[in-house]
Design a protein around this ligand. Structure first.
Ligand code: ACO
Length: 319
């Protein structure tokens, strides 16, 4: 709660009022990998659910494209934004933050900073945006953008087939009536760092099977925390928007949470794992296809290198 200039207590909640996406033009199919690596479309599809991914662009250019679309969808001009948060694992420069470049490309007002919590970063950024809105910020542009193809060894079949480039963005605005963010859960277990990391100038190193097992465990625990925190049950969840790393990870988590796959937005077949971009890409796909109705309960759930995890429950309301 906060007090307005007439001394009346007002809620400073937040809601999502716009969204946008950006994917590079170059489509890389499983057949493209089959042609040059010891792998097959069958192996990749069965083990991951991924059929194609996109390569290209820079983290800033993709972020700006998605951000521009999100602003348009929210009916805002860039100067009306008070804060830009860019979630990324693949900044274009060591310094300044890529969000500075994005701010210049878009012309947003207020501050801007990068946030890195790997593939859990977008939900971290949503939660930070919600907190900033509670402190008085009115409009936050939250962008997830990554160009993982730059830090993936394209000759290593165990990682090359998994990752793609892309961006997704949302606008979060103050909601004076009701906070649409019902609960959140953020976490990290730094002792799991060795199972997935990338040195400066190097390529990602990953123990796939370990990441898989831990990912399912933290997704389920984190999702349970936010469902309980919002005083809901699994049956109340209308749509799950999970991090898009591997279809089998999502299926295993859903099964443990007793949430049917029909209630889940999936884009990884077309995008691969786009890290920070995967959750807003899956959100936009659901919203654009009319899957999200006013008042529905949405569970966002991410995990990534760190090992990090992040979940939030949002009551969907664009109005
Ligand atoms: N094509 C064919 N064979 C392959 C390929 C490939 N592309 N990649 C690996 N293999 C082989 C392995 O070499 C292994 O062969 P071996 O038995 O002769 O040693 C065999 O397939 C089985 O390998 P596993 O690693 O056990 O296969 P698994 O079923 O676990 O699938 C995968 C591998 C897809 C990587 C899976 O473990 C996974 O998705 N893990 C999670 C990855 C993830 O989510 N990473 C992103 C985290 S988010 C972030 O922050 C970036």
């Amino acid at each position: 709660m906060a007090t307005n200039d007439k001394g009346i207590m007002t809620i400073r909640g937040s809601r999502i009022t716009g969204w946008g996406t950006a994917l590079p033009d170059q489509i890389v199919t499983n057949a493209d990998f089959e042609a040059r690596l010891d792998t097959s479309d069958k192996w990749i599809t069965e083990r991951t659910g991924i059929r194609e991914r996109r390569f290209g662009g820079t983290t800033a250019s993709l972020a700006a494209e998605a951000g521009k679309m999100a602003l348009k969808s929210a009916g805002l001009v860039p100067s009306e934004i008070d804060l830009l948060i860019l979630s990324t694992t693949t900044p274009d420069l060591t310094t300044p933050a890529t969000s500075s470049v994005v701010q210049d490309l878009l012309g947003t007002g207020g501050g801007a900073f990068d946030l890195n919590a790997a593939c859990a970063g977008f939900v971290y950024a949503m939660v930070v945006a919600g907190g900033m809105i509670k402190m008085g910020t009115n409009r936050v542009l939250v962008i997830g953008s990554d160009t993982l193809s730059k830090i993936t060894d394209q000759n290593d079949r165990s990682t090359a087939v998994l990752f793609g480039d892309g961006a997704g963005a949302i606008v979060m605005e103050a909601d004076p009536v009701e906070d649409k963010i019902l609960s959140y859960d953020l976490g990290v277990d730094g002792s799991a760092m060795p199972i997935l990391y990338c040195n400066h100038g190097g390529y990602m190193t990953m123990e796939g099977r370990e990441v898989f097992k831990k990912a399912v465990r933290v997704m389920v625990e984190s999702a349970k925390n936010v469902i309980e925190g919002a005083k809901l049950t699994s049956d109340d969840i209308d749509l799950v928007i999970p991090h898009q790393a591997n279809l089998r990870i999502i299926e295993a988590a859903n099964q443990r949470l007793k949430i049917p796959m029909e209630k889940t937005s999936i884009v990884l077949d077309k995008t691969g794992n786009t890290s920070s971009a995967s959750i807003p890409l899956a959100l936009a796909a659901a919203a654009d296809s009319g899957r999200l109705k006013e008042g529905e309960i949405v569970l966002f759930c991410g995990f990534g290198a760190g090992m990090t995890w992040s979940s939030t429950i949002v009551k969907w309301s664009k109005e």
